[in-house]
Design a protein around this ligand. Structure first.
Ligand SMILES: [Zn+2]
Length: 91
């Protein structure tokens, strides 16, 4: 739904602002080092979000399913209670 180009432009603006501020406050080299550190951190967070449900649902929560047969709510492929694979997504 969201335009990836707009995302990228916002991202570039944020990164420019962060590096500008950090180099202004801490000087060129420390500022650049901090900027790099911030980006590594953001990268790790983004990757973790992508892995846990592709950005859908709450952060770190993943997708839950409700078993159609017995109504048990669970994560993963099949219902641990009755073994059914008939499930609907629950948010
Ligand atoms: Zn079940």
């Amino acid at each position: 739904m969201r335009n990836p180009y707009i995302n990228m432009i916002i991202w570039m603006g944020i990164s420019a602002a962060i590096s500008f501020l950090l180099t202004k406050i801490f000087g060129l080299w420390i500022g650049l080092a901090l900027t790099f550190g911030v980006f590594v951190l953001i990268n790790i967070i983004m990757r973790r979000r992508m892995l846990s449900g592709g950005g859908l649902g709450p952060i770190g929560g993943g997708v839950k399913y409700r078993c159609i047969v017995c109504g048990h709510v669970f994560k993963g492929g099949e219902c641990p209670r009755c073994g059914s694979k008939m499930r609907s997504a629950e948010f």
